[in-house]
Design a protein around this ligand. Structure first.
Ligand SMILES: NC(=O)c1ccc[n+]([C@@H]2O[C@H](COP(=O)([O-])OP(=O)(O)OC[C@H]3O[C@@H](n4cnc5c(N)ncnc54)[C@H](OP(=O)(O)O)[C@@H]3O)[C@@H](O)[C@H]2O)c1
Length: 350
């Protein structure tokens, strides 16, 4: 049963997005992945062009498979068959780096469940099938609704992010959970100061990119779904550090504080939230170990894991960042990250 946030569900961290009073800042886009909204860090294996073999979304039926064993040659069934979707089946809109980790962790806890993945193109459908995710294209008319739906596609490749997320919400049955992965960018802090789940967000109208996120978050909350605002995602070969390393010289100030969370930890947090079946709450995903840009690249250099040398940050007057703390999320969800800091992941002392 879908419970709307207006119905008085316990709302621990809900942020009144449109009406929150805030102070002004010059550049509100400030999380660990500096140009995340422009998506410069997409997996190089993920091309943005539509594959010539990609069928049009309107002609591709959602397929469901008889078995969800990874790599099994499953027999395709029509997804409209009654009783096909089980109580623990999961739809992942955007089964990219994070989405695939979520699939892996969800399956560990729900043996035999079916996992469906909705993508922009069919470019990676074979890969998805090989890891036991039943792929379909965004825009495909879904005949089934799913008890668990996760939206983890970035805003960078669609002119209508809100519409895409609404479409995902309409695929949710209202049982289980619906979770949208947002960003910590909306928090209105640009002086390297503290920031947590309850901090004010940028007012609507200041930044078109943040407006899209906030409006989308609001639509999710109104549908009874939850929002997870993530800090900059990283793994060894992906994240802000790789973007900076590739550039060599970066025209941003070195003392800007960024916030991070390892992809695996973001996935375990996401799964833990999904399993709680909560309604209309906003959570924050970060490792509680904010670092300056310079500190991040010092760790990269000391790790000895990269042959390329980073030359430096040259900015002097661009905005500062924020120091995220998600103690409330940890307490409510009962979650801790495996990698408590970027330095710990790279086995470097700070
Ligand atoms: N990266 C960060 O630092 C960061 C920070 C804060 C929040 N986030 C959020 O974290 C989530 C996961 O990030 P990620 O790095 O794992 O993403 P990712 O790997 O770039 O995700 C790519 C996947 O999303 C699909 N996709 C892209 N646009 C779509 C759309 N409009 N509708 C449906 N599918 C779409 C792609 O389809 P194809 O297979 O066709 O390419 C692919 O399956 C995203 O929601 C992102 O906004 C990221």
């Amino acid at each position: 049963m879908l419970v709307s946030i207006a119905m008085g569900t316990a709302i621990a961290f809900i942020t009144t997005i449109a009406s929150t009073p805030t102070k002004r800042s010059r550049s509100p886009v400030s999380h660990g992945d500096p140009n995340w909204l422009l998506s410069p860090f997409r997996n190089p294996n993920f091309t943005t062009k539509r594959s010539p073999k990609s069928p049009s979304p309107s002609t591709t039926p959602m397929r469901a498979y008889a078995s969800s064993a990874i790599g099994a040659a499953n027999e395709a069934l029509d997804a409209s068959s009654p009783g096909l979707i089980g109580a623990n089946d999961l739809l992942i809109v955007g089964p990219g780096v994070l989405g695939r980790l979520v699939a892996e962790k969800w399956r560990e806890d729900h043996l035999g469940c079916q996992i469906f993945g909705q993508t922009m193109t069919s470019d990676h459908h074979d890969e998805l099938i090989n890891i036991g995710i039943n792929p379909s294209l965004k825009g495909t008319k879904a005949t089934n609704k799913f008890p668990y739906v996760v939206f983890c596609a970035p805003p960078s490749r669609t002119p209508d992010y809100l519409g895409d997320v609404r479409e995902a919400a309409s695929s949710w049955s209202g049982e289980g959970s619906f979770l949208f992965t947002s960003s910590s960018a909306p928090y209105d802090c640009n002086d390297n100061g503290p920031c947590d789940e309850d901090s004010p967000v940028v007012p609507i109208g200041r930044s078109p990119r943040i407006d899209v996120l906030l409006r989308t978050e609001n639509a999710v909350l109104e549908s009874g779904g939850c929002v997870l605002r993530l800090a900059g995602l990283y793994k060894a070969d992906r994240g802000a550090h790789m973007y900076w390393l590739k550039k060599g010289i970066v025209d941003s100030r070195p003392d800007h504080i960024i916030n991070l969370i390892h992809y695996e930890d973001a996935a375990t947090l996401l799964v833990a939230i999904l399993k709680k079946k909560l309604r209309g709450q906003i959570f924050l995903g970060c490792d509680n170990h904010p670092l300056s840009r310079q500190e991040v690249m010092d760790i990269v250099s000391r790790s000895g894991k990269f042959s390329k040398k980073f030359e430096g940050f040259t900015g002097t007057d661009d905005p500062l960042g924020k120091k995220l703390n998600n103690t409330k999320t940890r307490e409510e969800i009962g979650w801790e990250p495996k990698y408590s800091s970027f330095a710990q992941f790279f086995e470097v002392s700070e």
